[in-house]
Design a protein around this ligand. Structure first.
Ligand code: COA
Length: 378
């Protein structure tokens, strides 16, 4: 779409890539991942299956899946240089996203000549280890070594707590990671594609993408949505607390979306996953409270902003699900990165294949033909 004489602020409406990885339809509320409607894929696949699918364009056979899982498990332990960096970052009290960005940049040390797919496996395997190990360090504990007998999602939870998680919790996390694995040409994915389009390397692309994801306009802060649920505390207070926020001109966190004008399909999938997980292995009272906060919020928003169709977005149930899994709020965004890394890398492969440098133009709005003023006369 050409706006304002070829200029589209924020590249809104511009198609800058073709992809077979995911399709986002904001009007229909539809998200397709490599041909699968999100709900069908997210609730059934393991994270390794989804990653294989995105990287190879098809689901793996049992033999291929076993091999892929084994390779990822083998790559999980961090090299000493990465662990040392995390120790220093913890001493300096870096945020988990800053620690992840710095540590991710070390991941090809000693492997810089590896084939793309090998590097990609190293990155996916170790991004999870970085996030979990750093979380332990920040709590003053020793990092927990990966458990090679567990799958990617189960091992991530294990490295955070030292306990082998229940099947219900593992399923909850698999569904979350699958749900956030890819979402069209979002800012971090675009950043990764721009970087590899220069024929730079995958580690640079992932470090750049992590930097983009860190910003509050992208990786978001599901934390505040959860804070609201806790602030409300019991269902009968929901209406009064939410109405007071709206009256004060505040936005209700976890509602509304730039692209989705109907309910965010990811909220649907994560809501169902949260219910299943809380029912099997969690605090059902918290789930019921969140449901009632959601219903009240959507009802009040319809009255407050008629015609806007402000619906529940991905953040609301991300917060509930990750909290239910026992994750602290400060690792919600790094956990998003654990899932999205597989999508970033899939886009890198597509971009490398496509092989075209991404180089848009800018429109100069400065002055022309300035007179040069010697230093002593300024
Ligand atoms: N609570 C209350 N009002 C809201 C709202 C919310 N969550 N989201 C949007 N609105 C209102 C705006 O105030 C605006 O009203 P106005 O036109 O009378 O000023 C109108 O609805 C449209 O909002 P706008 O900011 O133009 O929509 P957007 O597409 O730019 O914003 C979000 C999308 C996500 C930034 C916005 O809905 C929001 O701030 N949501 C809360 C934060 C959140 O959950 N973020 C995570 C997103 S995944």
């Amino acid at each position: 779409m050409s706006k304002n004489n070829g200029f589209s602020p924020g590249l809104e409406g511009i198609v800058a890539a073709e992809t077979e990885l995911s399709h986002v339809d904001g009007l229909k509320g539809e998200l397709i991942i490599a041909g699968f409607p999100l709900a069908r894929l997210a609730a059934n696949a393991t994270f390794e299956e989804t990653t294989f699918l995105l990287w190879n364009g098809r689901l793996p056979t049992q033999t291929e899946l076993d091999k892929f899982k084994q390779e990822l498990a083998d790559y999980r332990p961090l090299p000493p240089v990465t662990l040392n960096l995390l120790h220093e970052a913890a001493k300096a009290n870096s945020t988990p996203m800053d620690a992840l960005r710095m540590a991710a940049a070390t991941l090809d040390l000693g492997n810089s000549d590896a084939a793309h797919h090998t590097t990609a496996k190293i990155i996916v395997a170790r991004v999870a280890t970085i996030v979990a190990n750093y979380h332990c360090l920040q709590q003053g504990k020793a990092p927990i070594a990966p458990n090679p007998s567990l799958g990617h999602a189960a091992n991530f939870l294990y490295m955070l707590t030292g306990d082998v998680p229940s099947n219900a919790r593992v399923r909850g996390l698999e569904t979350y990671l699958n749900t956030v694995v890819d979402h069209g040409l979002n800012a971090s994915t675009f950043a990764a594609r721009v970087i590899v389009a220069t024929q730079s390397d995958l580690v640079s692309a992932i470090a750049g993408a992590i930097g983009a994801l860190k910003g509050p306009l992208h990786g978001g802060a599901p934390g505040p949505a959860l804070d609201t649920v806790f602030e409300i505390g019991s269902a009968e207070r929901a209406e009064a607390v939410l109405q007071a926020k709206l009256d004060a001109g505040e936005r209700l966190m976890g509602f509304g979306h730039r692209v989705y004008k109907v309910r965010d399909p990811r909220a649907e999938v994560l809501g169902a996953a949260a219910e299943k997980m809380f029912r099997a292995d969690g605090d059902m009272a918290l789930y019921e409270l969140a449901k009632s906060v959601e219903e009240t919020a959507v009802r009040l928003l319809a009255i407050h902003k008629p015609g806007r169709n402000l619906q529940t977005n991905v953040e609301f149930y991300t917060a509930l699900l990750l909290h239910g899994l026992g994750l602290d709020t400060d690792i919600f965004t790094p956990t998003f990165a654990v899932g999205r890394t597989a999508g970033w890398l899939a886009h890198c492969f597509e971009q490398i294949e496509y092989g075209r440098l991404i180089r848009p133009q800018s429109r100069y709005t400065g002055t022309l033909d300035r007179a040069w003023m010697p230093l002593e006369e300024r």
